[in-house]
Ligand binder design. Structure first.
Ligand SMILES: [Zn+2]
Length: 106
């Protein structure tokens, strides 16, 4: 069994754009696919934390731990009560959609 087979927004450890969009618009967890409550967790590398923009979709806090453990234990976790979904502009150097937490907790 693949270790990432049952992560909603990932396929073999790679983000699936269609699923990421679904997480953003339907507000479901990228780990388990169920509805999000609060807090919402994001996982990412230090550079993403510093920029406050994340490519991985929103997660339940418990699912965030699971995702880190399976995909990259080096990732940090931030908790927020809300986020903006940012679609890349035509001249944007970063061509991937991303999430910007807007009410960080802690
Ligand atoms: Zn979840």
């Amino acid at each position: 069994m693949s270790t990432t087979a049952d992560l909603f927004a990932w396929d073999d450890g790679v983000l699936v754009r269609r699923k990421v969009t679904q997480c953003a618009l339907s507000r479901v967890c990228g780990g388990c696919g169920a509805s999000l409550g609060r807090p919402i967790a994001f996982v990412g590398a230090a550079a993403e934390v510093a920029r406050n923009e994340f490519h991985a979709p929103p997660l339940h806090a418990t699912c965030a731990d699971d995702v880190r453990r399976r995909l990259d234990p080096g990732w940090d976790v931030v908790l927020t009560s809300g986020f903006e979904y940012v679609r890349p502009a035509a001249d944007d150097l970063d061509k991937e959609p991303r999430f910007r937490p807007n009410s960080l907790i802690g």
